[in-house]
Every structure is written in structure tokens, then in C-alpha cells.
Design a protein around this ligand. Structure first.
Ligand SMILES: [Zn+2]
Length: 427
């Protein structure tokens, strides 16, 4: 049976103005969208009238780590996570994914997990065995020895772990690390273009983490296999070399220069600024630093001074900006993903631009064309908001405003009983 959803106010994720519309769904896909009301349903269609509130596409968080909750003290990337068993890591991923879905985020891009837990969970959700958001997964992040994501650097030198990270120091090792991820059918490749450690110790200097030749080999290998590549990258030479190698996306990018942003605009490189991390730095101060990393204080202050300015400049220069939180970082909690849209508006995006950055723009940016817009051919992933997010983007952070979440044509969250309009009727 087809499902016809009637909405008085639909925002389709493309940037088009809101209209009344009917969305025709067959199975898990949208097969047609008609502007207007009350005309297209056939006698045997199931009809769902959502005449109050605003119907938007299922939201996309383009940078999460399902392995970590974002609760302060959860050392997702530190010693604590090395001490967690593989089943524990996987179950944590499952719990955090539920929080994202409940918040209206029907798609998350996982920007590095451990033990291929992201792949196992993605496959289980896609098969229908488990509830959860769609996961766009990269498997292991690729890093250098002692690099940003080299988990073993927290261990004594005589201890080695099987497969928590993909460590590559040469072009050949980078190709092999990409291919290792391809074994598990990853959706994209993530690597580290710049170190964090030098930022800590040398007053904010963005040291490249890999040589230009290694980045070239890594990105070429991924592109040969049809995978987009994005990098943890603050700026400096690491950003220039990644752009030389035609990287598809840059994560964080707090210290990108105007000339680098210009290149990103002309090359179509996407910026995922993860302002949530910096927003929580500002809100919680030193408490928002990772456990045992008080030497990051200078970095915290520098990030606050630059991040919003860089995003504002990126927008002015025409760089595509997408919504990603880095959920798992301290106080960047799964389920509070929509905070990123507020941060993007603070950086100068209009509310509608921020919404596109978390829907159609994110889908384009990460290369997942089946999600992000309410249009024929895409998955029927929809959210009914009991308010107008174009008037105030912060309503997306209020659980009671996320009245209905539909994924693949099925209702997965239903809070309509609490809707202001419904409550009024009931009283
Ligand atoms: Zn991250």
C-alpha cells in the first residue's frame, strides 16, 4: 500500500521556499511530491495528515563517532576505549545511534570507529535486524605512527593491539590501509592530514601528519575505488597538500586561510566545521577538554578565537558547508546534534542555509544521494517539527519539537501526543 503524507508546510532540503505538499511513498522510497493538497491520494492509499508544524527531511549529522557518547569522562579515544572489549564498543555504538535517531537524525556519517563496529552496525540496521539511523561509515581512520588517531601511542611500547587504528607512514602503507577498509565495504575514507599534538605543544602550529606523497597515494587509491575522502585537518601545509591531492572534504578546518578556502570553493571541497566542539569549549571551559589533556588549554582558546570567523569567511567565499558535530567529544553528546545548526547560524548562515547544510547539502557533500531531500527517488526519511525551524533554528534541539520521525516510510519516533496543537484540541 502506498502512503500519502499531507503537509501544510514542507521544506524539502533543497533551499526552496516552504509550500503545502503531498508526499507519495511506496515502500521505503518517495516516488513523487506534489505541491498543493488533497488531490493525489487514491482510494487504496494510506493517508497521513500532518497539517500542523513543519515537515522537513530527516536530518544528517556528517561527523559523529558512534563509539563515544559525548558524556564528559567517557574517554572514547583514550585509554578507556582501549580497555573496552569489542562487544562493549559495538554496544556503545548501538546506544549512541539510537540517541541520534530519536533526535531526528536519520543519517549519520561516522568519521572513524574502532574494530569496524560502524560497519557491523550499519549492516545490521540496513538489513532491518536493528533499529537505527542510516550510517555512512569509513571503518578505521587512517593515521600515522604517533598521529592523531594512533591509539597505541597511549600504551607502553611493548603492548600492541590488533586493529584499533589503521597506521600508515608511506604511500604504499596508505594504499594498503585504504584497501584494508575496502574489504569491509566502507562508504568513504577518513584520514588525518594534520596533527593535534603539535597544536598542543607548539602554540597552535598545524603540523602536517603525513607527507604530500602519502596523501596523494591515499586519495588516489580511494578515488580509484569510487570513495570520497575527507580529512581531520586544521590548516597549514597539511591542508594545502590535501587540496593538491584533490581531497573531497575537510573536517574542522579552524585555521584555513583565505587562499585555501578559495581553492575549496573552486575545487568543490566541502567544509564540515564541527563548531559544536568549539561551542562546548566556550560553554564548559577547561572541563570540555579530553580527560588528562589539560595541556590543550591553549588550543581550546585558539579554536574559539578562529572557528566561527573561518566558517563566516568560508561562506562568503562560496565553500559548501555541511552540518557535523563530532559527537563523542566532551559535552558533544549524541542526541544533541541539532546544536550544530545553532552554531552555523552564529557563524553567519541563514536558518534555511543551516537546515540545507543538515539535509540536502550534507547529502551532496558526503556523496550519499539517497537521503537529504524530500524528492522522488530518495528514501522516505522525514521529520515533523512542531514549530518553525526557519524562524528559530534552536527548536530542533527541543525533543518535544521533534514530533515525528519517519525513516524509510516507517514511523520510528512518535511524540505527536505532546504537540502544542494536539494538546490544545485535547484540552
Ligand atoms: Zn571527529
Amino acid at each position: 500500500m502506498r502512503l500519502v503524507i499531507r503537509a501544510n508546510r514542507l521544506v524539502d532540503g533543497s533551499g526552496a521556499e516552504p509550500t503545502a505538499a503531498e508526499v507519495i511513498i511506496d515502500g521505503d522510497r518517495i516516488i513523487d511530491v506534489f505541491r498543493g493538497q488533497g488531490t493525489m491520494a487514491r482510494d487504496d492509499d494510506q493517508v497521513l495528515s500532518l497539517l500542523e508544524g513543519t515537515l522537513i527531511p530527516g536530518l544528517i549529522d556528517a561527523h559523529v563517532h558512534l563509539v563515544g557518547s559525548g558524556e564528559p569522562g567517557d574517554a572514547a579515544f583514550g585509554v578507556g576505549d582501549v580497555m573496552s572489549s569489542i562487544p562493549t564498543v559495538t554496544l556503545n555504538c548501538f546506544r549512541n545511534a539510537q540517541r541520534d535517531l530519536d533526535a531526528g537524525f536519520t543519517t549519520v556519517r561516522d568519521a572513524a570507529a574502532r574494530y569496524y563496529a560502524d560497519i557491523a552496525l550499519r549492516n545490521a540496521i540496513n538489513s532491518g535486524a536493528l533499529r537505527g539511523p542510516r550510517i555512512w561509515a569509513c571503518g578505521l581512520g587512517i593515521t600515522s605512527t604517533a598521529g592523531h588517531m594512533d591509539r597505541e601511542k597511549v600504551l607502553p611500547p611493548h603492548v600492541s593491539l590488533p586493529g584499533p587504528s589503521a597506521v600508515a607512514d608511506t604511500p604504499d602503507e596508505a594504499r594498503k590501509a585504504v584497501r584494508q577498509n575496502l574489504r569491509y565495504d566502507v562508504d568513504f575514507i577518513k584520514f588525518n592530514a594534520t596533527l593535534t599534538e603539535h597544536v598542543r605543544r607548539y602554540g597552535g602550529y598545524c603540523a602536517p601528519e603525513m607527507t604530500a606523497e602519502t596523501m596523494q597515494a591515499l586519495i588516489q587509491e580511494a578515488h580509484w575505488h569510487g570513495r570520497k575522502v575527507t580529512a581531520h585537518c586544521y590548516g597549514g601545509d597539511g591542508a594545502t597538500w590535501a587540496l593538491d591531492a584533490e581531497i573531497d572534504g575537510i573536517e574542522h578546518g579552524f585555521y584555513l586561510s583565505d587562499s585555501q578556502l578559495d581553492r575549496m570553493a573552486s575545487q568543490g571541497t566541502v567544509l564540515c566545521p564541527t563548531l559544536s566542539v568549539v561551542g562546548r569549549f566556550r560553554e564548559f571551559g577547561e572541563r570540555a577538554l579530553p580527560v588528562g589533556a589539560q595541556n590543550l588549554e591553549l588550543w581550546r582558546q585558539k579554536a574559539i578565537a578562529h572557528a566561527w570567523k573561518t566558517v563566516r569567511r568560508a561562506r562568503e567565499l562560496g565553500v559548501r558547508i555541511i552540518c557535523g558535530t563530532d559527537a563523542a567529544m566532551p559535552y558533544v553528546r549524541h542526541g544533541e546534534n541539532a546544536y550544530e545548526l545553532e552554531m552555523l547560524v552564529e557563524a553567519g548562515l541563514s536558518t534555511h542555509e543551516a537546515l540545507v547544510a543538515a539535509t540536502g547539502g550534507a547529502a551532496d557533500g558526503i556523496g550519499f544521494p539517497d537521503v537529504g531531500r524530500i524528492e522522488a527517488g530518495r528514501y522516505a526519511d522525514l521529520v515533523l517539527v512542531d514549530a518553525d525551524p526557519l524562524a528559530d533554528i534552536r527548536v530542533l534541539q527541543a525533543p518535544e519539537c521533534i514530533a515525528l520521525v519517519i525513516k524509510g516510510g516507517e514511523i520510528v519516533v512518535d511524540r505527536r501526543a505532546g504537540m502544542a496543537s494536539t494538546a490544545g484540541t485535547a484540552a
